[in-house]
Design a protein around this ligand. Structure first.
Ligand SMILES: Cc1cc2nc3c(=O)[nH]c(=O)nc-3n(C[C@H](O)[C@H](O)[C@H](O)COP(=O)(O)OP(=O)(O)OC[C@H]3O[C@@H](n4cnc5c(N)ncnc54)[C@H](O)[C@@H]3O)c2cc1C
Ligand SMILES: *[C@@H]1O[C@H](CO)[C@@H](O)[C@H](O)[C@H]1NC(C)=O
Ligand SMILES: *[C@@H]1O[C@H](CO)[C@@H](O)[C@H](O)[C@H]1NC(C)=O
Ligand SMILES: *[C@@H]1O[C@H](CO)[C@@H](O)[C@H](O)[C@H]1NC(C)=O
Ligand SMILES: *[C@@H]1O[C@H](CO)[C@@H](O)[C@H](O)[C@H]1NC(C)=O
Length: 630
């Protein structure tokens, strides 16, 4: 069958792409000599939000140290149709996990952004938020102010939502409620105006499987929907923390950003009887520097490296610090623990050769044409993103007795286990499992024939029980301990209660496969390629497939978990202040105490906006107190 190409409206504005690289050229020694109020460690998603907000006050001097290079103006970062291309490049830390016992001892590739903007520079442009109960669970773990309703202003603050044209809204089934979105924030969001050839079947196929089309931003995200993206609608480029929270402010005299600067540790001294962060040590170009922070040090190095830096600085569990040769300054047992990550399965289907897919990337001639069109007119295949989403409650995927069976396997009565168990409920309408269809090969699986076309069904588990850790390790003999050595990353997938994750994924894959077999989408599909169709009379062993093929979807959280109940419950308090250390906060995805049903960036922007507000409030209070004393 023939599936016609969906033609995009022609862009009427011709804008110049690219331009001068505006990253300020400050030397490391000049940076180290500045008397900063705040030092932000990591110019990533959250770090640059905080930097942009704090430095809006001209009286506050802000310094940002980022280990990666700038990445601003690099088409591999800003071009939507090049989604995934930066993974594994020099813009990626390219971590590896420990071999995963329950996954056939496979170590897994663990992508994390390394550039201005951090992971927001290389992520897949999905803009969304979780369910109301996801955030309400944070609040009930001792964190007042972090429930869904209190967070709504912070979900909106980063965003300027650009509504689609009525014609696009109808043609592409773009459900939205403008009231749930921001109108004046730095990050531009919009729907794509061009889609792969199978998008026209997505909603109807899921509707036929009993899943309604719904909007997903009001605290209830289950249903089938067309994804919103963090893309600038004028020139169809990535809208992210580096381009929106840093670039416009790069000339501020009170804001300095140093790239290729690796923070080695936070300096913690005893001031007035309290352990206090006073600055950081960083390396740049082979030399070591010290820089002071008069007000606070803010760790925004992400879920892997914020806890690594706490441990290198003497804050953590002696079990890990002492063997690595680190003097324990604060015994903080949860640092690096509570690692919760999203896990993913990938099914590959051969598509009808006449399906228009979005794969200009394989054919160099097609790619050159697409680049020509994109860089000239901001249209064409390089504006297309995977946008076909469904978030499903368990009751749409498996039967009630199986859900009850899974519940019976969960042991443990700690707050977090109970919180996740509360979502393993046949009667609740939450987005427990995510499904995405992409008429393309976004992840290399199987041995696809280069002359054929393929589409991918992704499945991602949203509320994992699997809980792991990241910790520093003793350096090799003769090598000094340093932040440059990758920490041990062990998500412990499917271990302990994680067995429930494994069984949920295996059961969910039956549903994933049924999507491809349901009309009208099934007309575009020739056959399943990964895993191969079972021999007649046999069934696919989904459990084995899950063990052999599950990978990380790179949404780790929890390693500097927030708990207002104190150091024996978490790493930071509800104002993101590190328990046991004054003038030190963590502001990034690591503070999330329990995983949510959502891709994370929208929530990380909200955390950073709220964090910046709390920091500014405290700054004002101190200033007033100082004035009062005078
Ligand atoms: C490949 C990929 C695809 C994704 N797709 C999506 C998506 O489509 N939608 C979505 O919502 N989410 C997505 N995510 C997740 C989301 O992007 C992240 O959860 C979020 O950006 C994390 O923000 P952060 O501020 O916690 O950390 P990051 O943005 O990773 O920032 C940490 C920064 O700290 C720097 N740093 C680390 N250590 C040091 C040090 N010692 N010294 C100096 N600097 C340091 C790093 O280089 C980095 O820039 C994706 C993630 C990845 C990796
Ligand atoms: C896209 O346009 C925005 C503003 O309209 C601009 O700030 C940005 O630099 C442009 N992107 C590129 C890569 O040129
Ligand atoms: C969100 O909107 C849907 C309709 O799309 C409605 O059914 C639901 O009750 C709303 N949820 C919340 C939490 O307001
Ligand atoms: C850009 O758009 C114009 C107007 O539609 C068209 O004539 C031209 O061929 C396009 N350029 C490219 C490179 O696609
Ligand atoms: C429920 O699902 C499980 C797992 O697929 C299956 O073994 C069982 O037979 C089903 N039970 C009913 C009552 O359909």
């Amino acid at each position: 069958m023939f599936i016609s190409k969906l033609v995009a409206p022609i862009a009427t504005v011709l804008l110049c792409l690219g331009g001068a690289n505006v990253v300020e050229a400050i030397t490391a020694s000049a940076f180290a000599a500045v008397q900063f109020d705040y030092i932000i460690v990591g110019g990533g998603t959250a770090g640059l939000v905080v930097a942009g907000r704090l430095s809006a006050n001209p009286h506050i001097k802000v310094g940002v140290l980022e280990a990666g290079t700038s990445g601003l103006d690099d088409p591999i970062i800003y071009t939507p149709g090049k989604v995934g291309w930066a993974v594994g490049t020099n813009y990626d830390w390219s971590f590896m996990t420990e071999p995963q016992t329950e996954l056939g001892n496979r170590p897994l590739f663990y992508s994390r952004g390394k550039a201005l903007g951090g992971s927001s520079a290389i992520n897949f442009f999905v803009w969304m938020r979780g369910n109301k109960p996801d955030y309400d669970a944070w609040a009930s773990l001792g964190n007042p102010g972090w429930d869904f309703n209190s967070l709504i202003p912070y979900f909106k603050k980063p965003e300027t939502f650009n509504a689609p044209s009525p014609a696009d809204e109808l043609a592409f089934k773009l459900d939205y409620n403008a009231a749930d979105h921001g109108t004046t924030g730095p990050i531009n969001t919009c729907f794509s105006n061009q889609y792969g050839g199978t998008h026209q079947f997505w909603h109807q196929t899921l509707n036929n499987l009993g899943i309604p089309s719904r909007d997903s931003f009001n605290g209830s995200n289950w249903g089938v929907w067309t994804g919103l993206t963090n893309v600038n609608p004028i020139n169809r480029t990535r809208s992210y923390s580096a381009s929106q929270y840093y670039r416009p402010h790069a000339a501020r005299p009170n804001l300095h950003v140093l790239t290729e600067a690796m923070v080695q540790k936070v300096i913690i001294q005893t001031v007035g009887g309290h352990k206090t962060a006073t600055g950081v040590i960083f390396t740049h170009g082979g030399a070591s520097y010290t820089v002071n922070a008069a007000s606070e040090v803010i760790l925004s190095a992400g879920t892997i490296q914020s806890p690594q830096l706490l441990e290198l600085s003497g804050v953590g569990n002696p079990t890990y610090l002492t063997p690595a040769g680190v003097t324990v300054l604060v015994n903080s047992p949860h640092v690096g623990e509570n690692l919760q990550d999203r896990i993913m399965n990938v099914l590959l289907y051969e598509l009808d050769p006449l399906v228009e897919n979005q794969g200009p990337l394989k054919d160099p001639v097609e790619l050159a044409d697409a680049e020509d069109e994109y860089y000239t007119n901001h249209t064409g295949l390089l504006t297309v993103l995977p946008n076909d989403f469904a978030y499903l409650p368990l009751n749409k995927v498996m039967n009630e007795s199986y859900v009850n069976h899974l519940r019976s396997l969960v042991s443990g009565t700690d707050d977090r286990t109970l919180s996740i168990k509360s979502k393993l409920d046949f009667n609740k309408f939450l987005g427990n499992l995510e499904y995405v269809f992409d008429p393309n090969i976004l992840f290399a699986v199987g041995n696809p024939d280069p002359l054929k076309k393929y589409g991918t069904v992704f499945q991602m588990l949203q509320y994992p029980f699997s809980t792991g850790h990241i910790h520093i390790q003793p350096p090799p003999v003769g090598v000094p301990l340093s932040a440059d050595q990758h920490p041990v990353i062990n998500p412990r997938y499917f271990e302990g209660n994680g067995v429930v994750d494994m069984l949920t994924l295996a059961e969910g894959l039956k549903f994933a496969d049924s999507i491809a077999r349901q009309g009208p989408l099934n007309a575009a599909i020739v056959k399943r390629e990964v895993p191969p169709e079972p021999a007649p009379g046999t069934e696919t062993d989904w459990l084995q497939f899950v063990k052999d093929n599950t990978v990380s979807d790179w949404h780790p959280v929890g390693t500097c978990a927030m708990s207002g109940h104190g150091i024996h419950k978490g790493v930071v308090d509800e104002k993101l202040r590190v328990h046991g250390v004054k003038r030190l906060r963590v502001v990034d995805a690591s503070i999330i105490p329990v995983q949510i049903s959502s891709h994370l960036q929208g929530t990380v922007y909200a955390i950073a906006e709220k964090g910046a507000d709390m920091i500014l409030q405290d700054f004002e209070c101190k200033r007033r107190r100082r004035r009062g004393r005078r």
